[in-house]
Design a protein around this ligand. Structure first.
Ligand SMILES: *Cc1c(COP(=O)(O)O)cnc(C)c1O
Length: 392
């Protein structure tokens, strides 16, 4: 192996141009373009026949009773929480994306943050149970980075209190629970995102997998609460999916399993390579479950690796390798959640937020690029002492 000098301490960057952190994998063959052309010519550009067909196709793929296509996962979560008529508190992880918690704020619900598992990074069922007080109206679980949360334990806790589990499945389309069933069939509703950074991307869009009754309400909710006669029944919004998103989704879905297989192989390649380095940790995927690796995330323990996560990120940026620090700051430390109860201690969340580093990953990413990122990280580790001096 060549003994490169990392760019941050004066060497040449490992690559001349900026690598992509994420990139949507899309089916772009002639049939997609033909359908888009015909759709435009028809004038039926939103919530039309392609959306209806996409909903049926996804429900069959997932093996769930019904699927409602919406404009985004955020809108889907907002509408699910509204249709369930919840009030009071909802227990959720703080180690998640902004939208999980803001869907609660839009509904006037009070977020109560519970810690995540140190290995799984997903909502810790015992902590969640302990956080549920008398005002608790629901649990909001998240399939963090595409790895399924412990839906069985969380559902057992919620059911014992007679409250629903709503799942922010934004990261999880195509993932599997330990029992082999598809993510989508858990809880009262599971809400997927199809936005550009997710493994199944169509542009903008979301999918709610749920039972028939809630689905019927959601179809009204996404249309301003209007059942068709303009006597609005309840508070809704414009949450419709565009036909173009549905067309992209209809052609993408049959390809998705092979895209996800490739993605899992790339994640494993990262693990095999970086697992040899001291101080690098990975998310534990529950036995029997399948993650879709929405993000490939490592933890960097400075005492063993020789550098703090932030310096590793800076050193990779100098190599033209972009990273993110999902999820820092976690929700309980963000300004928009400042009104939330602060009497919670979330040591695992804070530990992760200070150590996680998201590395480039997309389903069609060449293996050579994974190797390049790994080589850069090995080089940064070898020169950790010199790089650490920059941080002093
Ligand atoms: C991306 C994301 C959302 C929001 O999805 P949109 O479709 O962009 O609204 C919600 N929750 C999590 C955890 C996400 O990562």
């Amino acid at each position: 192996m060549t003994r490169r000098v990392p760019a941050i301490v004066g060497g040449e960057p490992i690559r001349p141009d900026l690598m992509r952190l994420v990139s949507p994998t899309l089916e772009v063959g002639d049939p997609v373009i033909e359908d888009i052309r015909a759709m435009l010519a028809s004038g039926e550009i939103t919530n039309g026949r392609h959306v209806a067909a996409f909903e049926r196709q996804v429900a069959e793929y997932l093996g769930v009773p019904d699927v409602v296509a919406v404009s985004s996962a955020t809108a889907g979560l907002m509408m699910v929480l509204r249709c369930l008529g919840l009030s009071g508190e909802v227990v959720l992880p703080s180690f998640t994306f902004i939208a999980s918690g803001q869907a609660l704020l839009w509904n006037g619900l009070d977020p109560v943050f519970a810690d995540v598992g140190a290995a799984t990074y997903t909502l810790d069922p015992e902590r969640a149970d302990a956080a549920m007080g008398s005002r608790c109206a629901a649990l909001l679980a998240v399939h963090t980075f595409g790895s399924p949360c412990d839906i069985a334990a969380l559902t057992a806790s919620a059911t014992a209190r007679g409250i629903p589990v709503v799942v922010d499945a934004a990261h999880g389309f195509g993932a599997r629970y330990p029992d082999g069933t598809n993510v989508g069939g858990g809880g009262t509703a599971e809400v997927f995102s199809l936005s550009p950074t997710k493994p199944f991307a169509v542009g903008e869009g979301g999918l709610v997998a749920t039972g028939r009754d809630l689905a019927a309400e959601l179809r009204i909710a996404r249309n301003y609460g209007n059942p068709g006669n303009y006597d609005s029944l309840f508070l809704g919004l414009n949450g419709r999916m565009l036909e173009v998103s549905a067309i992209i989704g209809r052609y993408g879905l049959p390809e998705l399993p092979s895209w996800l297989r490739r993605r899992r192989r790339l994640a494993q390649r990262y693990r095999d390579n970086l697992g040899r380095l001291p101080g690098i940790g990975f998310q534990h995927i529950p036995a029997g479950a399948q993650s879709v690796h929405k993000d490939f995330v490592v933890t960097v323990e400075a005492s063993a690796f020789g550098l703090h996560r932030d310096l590793v990120a800076a050193a990779l940026a100098a190599e033209n390798i972009p990273t993110r620090t999902y999820f820092a700051p976690p929700l309980h430390r963000q300004t928009s959640f400042r009104a939330t109860r602060k009497d919670v201690e979330l040591p695992v969340t804070d530990w992760l937020a200070a150590r996680t580093l998201t590395l480039p990953l997309y389903s069609h990413m060449p293996e050579a690029l994974v190797d390049q990122v790994c080589e850069a990280i090995h080089g940064i580790h070898r020169h950790a002492e010199r790089i650490a001096e920059l941080g002093r």
